[in-house]
Write a protein that binds this ligand. Structure first.
Ligand SMILES: [Zn+2]
Ligand SMILES: [Zn+2]
Length: 255
């Protein structure tokens, strides 16, 4: 299983990275499967550096904040109007309840069809796994405004555990347990950001990984451009016993 960081800038696109988007790839049945986790602002452009948009097998949205879903509007245009593709299958799009309506409004589409001819919208439910080619994706409800999930992606005997946006919560224990790589929200800075129930900080991300048990690698992501990433990394390193990695745009990791 290969993880490509398409976008990792927190809350909005930064000068060096789009907002949240991660490409997970694995070989299965004689071809490469492409799973896209979140599709935030700016991500659709960067994604094309890595794959042809026609080769997306499924999109999974952790939640419906703009920085995690808005570039589905661009993919809708590709699905509907790309001139060199005659017949195009609907792409499965998994997300919280209300995803289809949310995306139709984002594009300012009028009812009744919305994006239903381009995408096959399917609802995520807490701890109910979905099978996508070689991947088993299990969503876990996390602690963030609105309905938000973390995603546990299993394939090739490896586990990618992506927190989505969350503060500390019970769901992270099962989500992160024995993960090959825990990819954790680290938007907040200890001592600066006091709001509860929105984001992890470096130290809280590390504590969640420690508490879950068996996590092999910890990688911080969703750091907004106004943060000093080294500060977040240092706050995590005070808690995490190993190396604290930072998600880098366009980097590819073998799990
Ligand atoms: Zn976010
Ligand atoms: Zn959010």
């Amino acid at each position: 299983m290969r993880l490509t960081i398409v976008g990792c800038s927190g809350s909005f696109a930064g000068p060096d990275s789009p907002a949240s988007c991660y490409l997970v790839r694995a070989e299965h049945q004689g071809r490469t499967w492409n799973l896209v986790l979140d599709l935030g602002n700016g991500a659709l452009g960067a994604l094309q550096r890595h794959i042809d948009l026609m080769d997306i097998d499924a999109v999974v949205l952790t939640h419906l904040h703009a920085d995690h879903c808005l570039d589905l509007c661009g993919l809708y245009v590709v699905q509907k109007h790309r001139p060199d593709v005659a017949i195009r299958a609907r792409i499965p799009v998994y997300g919280p309840v209300g995803t289809a309506g949310r995306m139709a409004r984002a594009y300012d589409l009028t009812p009744p069809d919305g994006m239903d001819n381009e995408f096959d919208f399917r609802e995520l439910a807490d701890r109910r796994p979905v099978r996508i080619g070689p991947f088993t994706v299990t969503p876990y409800l996390v602690r963030h405004p609105g309905t938000a999930f973390g995603l546990r992606v299993e394939g090739d005997g490896e586990v990618l555990a992506y927190s989505g946006d969350t503060d500390s919560c019970d769901g992270l224990n099962a989500l992160f347990h024995n993960a090959s790589l825990a990819l954790a929200d680290s938007a907040f800075v200890d001592g600066r950001d006091q709001s509860a129930g929105i984001h992890l900080s470096g130290s809280r991300a590390a504590q969640a990984a420690v508490d879950a048990g068996g996590v092999r690698r910890l990688m911080l992501t969703h750091i907004p451009s106004w943060n000093d990433p080294a500060l977040c990394q240092g706050q995590a390193a005070a808690v995490w016993p190993g190396d604290v990695e930072l998600a880098r745009p366009d980097a590819v990791y073998e799990l």
